[in-house]
Design a protein. Structure first.
Length: 437
């Protein structure tokens, strides 16, 4: 009987009919929250009477995961002898909206873990065979979490507090929460707003989601296999595949510290993690090494698939009879994807060296967004003009630009990308480079 009772509650909690209109996430997050709590209270009905903190919201406490919370309470009540005393698992599962709201959001894993432990304990008793129940309820609850987060982005002062620099643990937790929400297909309606918020938070804090950091890579070459303006490229292994390890060299940036290096490109790391297109080089994450060790590249590096075919110039030389028009079309599609992305992505350093060829012979654009770094004061060096964005690919308005104490004044743009693309076409199709003058 208990298992049938829990199954009925589970089905009701994940039913689309019980969910508020998702458009409320954009239009009125607070109404979404209140409607969702009302719906959960209606579903739980008589069995929740007398349970601590019920009905939800009655004590001024708000659950961060209301449906998961309701199901955990149902599990406790279904086995009073075994689970009724399990108060530890129910701790820190609600919060007062007026107290420590950002800290609670940043620590979202605590209530999720505690509620999950209660549900899994009930599952282990044989109450039901559905090991996916917790996962499905959590998926629905992430809408509620998103509404709670969007509340803080709606008001000027709370938005400034959310996007400004706080303690590192709170900032990191909020970035991780935004990453989780951005990975949910059900939340596409608010994807742009979440992404812009994550980019601003990354810029202000110099942090990026922990899910993007890899602590271990193996079989790294002792010396770089390629050298570029932004860093050196090594070959290594990540899991069971070869990867390119682009080490961001502080020396290139005027001796910046590891922390300063990370802060400079935190936005690019976040943005690259959300880009997905056949003609864009995939991003695997970040590797950070605090010191130079044998077999380990120094400092900060970006991880991407190893492309055995090399860049498009090398590929054309090795395959002189290849259909080059198809490669140019690949570049068009990749650049159009970047420029059409919301927010638009300016490559800033498009050239043959930054266009790689996949094992299937498709052109993939790499290093987009890194061209922006040369416009930041921290990256200025006497050699910057030769290291970042070869002159032969620079639009006229960039050629005369000189570094100042605040950076370069002429900004790279969609238009300067198009100019660079024209130069790339000339090089790819004619095996020649555009001559200045």
């Amino acid at each position: 009987m208990a298992s049938h009772h829990l199954e009925r509650i589970y089905v009701s909690l994940i039913s689309t009919e019980s969910l508020p209109d998702i458009r409320l996430l954009l239009e009125d997050p607070e109404t979404y929250i209140q409607t969702d709590i009302t719906q959960v209270n209606a579903i739980t009905g008589r069995w929740s009477q007398g349970a601590t903190g019920w009905p939800l919201g009655s004590s001024g406490q708000r659950p961060l995961f209301p449906r998961l919370h309701a199901f955990a309470v149902a599990c406790v009540q279904s086995q009073p002898q075994k689970l009724q005393g399990n108060t530890r698992g129910m701790e820190e599962t609600t919060y007062a909206p007026s107290q420590g709201h950002l800290e609670r959001l940043a620590r979202f894993m605590v209530p999720q873990s505690n509620l999950g432990s209660v549900i899994r304990e009930a599952t282990s008793t044989g109450l039901h065979p559905f090991d996916k129940w917790e996962e499905q309820i959590l998926k629905v609850d992430l809408r509620f979490v998103a509404a709670t987060l969007l509340q803080h982005l709606a008001d000027g002062s709370s938005r400034d507090a959310f996007l400004g620099k706080k303690t590192e643990s709170v900032d990191q937790g909020l970035l991780d929460l935004l990453q989780l929400l951005l990975e949910q297909p059900d939340l596409n309606i608010i994807h742009d707003k979440l992404l812009r918020s994550q980019l601003k938070l990354a810029k202000h804090t110099g942090l990026y989601p922990t899910s993007l950091q890899h602590n271990t890579i193996g079989n790294c070459t002792a010396s770089p296999v390629a050298v570029g303006g932004f860093g050196d490229v090594y070959k290594a292994r990540l899991g069971d595949q070869d990867v390119a390890v682009k080490v961001m060299r502080g020396a290139v940036a005027g001796g910046l510290s590891q922390h300063s290096l990370i802060k400079c490109f935190a936005q690019e790391v976040v943005l690259w993690s959300h880009v997905s297109h056949l003609n864009i080089l995939p991003f695997y994450g970040v590797h950070v090494s605090s010191s130079e060790q044998h077999g380990t590249p120094p400092r900060v590096s970006l991880l991407s698939p190893w492309m055995e075919n090399g860049n498009i110039i090398e590929y054309n030389k090795a395959n002189p009879h290849i259909e080059r028009g198809a490669l140019v079309l690949d570049i068009v599609r990749g650049l159009d994807y970047l420029h059409s992305f919301n927010p638009s992505i300016v490559h800033g350093d498009l050239k043959g060296d930054n266009i790689l060829v996949s094992p299937s012979g498709r052109a993939c654009i790499a290093d987009f967004g890194l061209g922006r770094l040369v416009q930041d004061k921290g990256w200025l060096t006497s050699a910057a003009s030769t290291l970042f964005g070869a002159h032969l690919y620079l639009a006229p308005e960039l050629l005369d630009d000189q570094p100042t104490d605040i950076g370069y004044t002429a900004k790279r743009s969609l238009s300067t990308d198009v100019y660079a693309f024209g130069c790339v076409c000339y090089e790819v199709l004619l095996d020649a480079v555009v001559q200045l003058g």
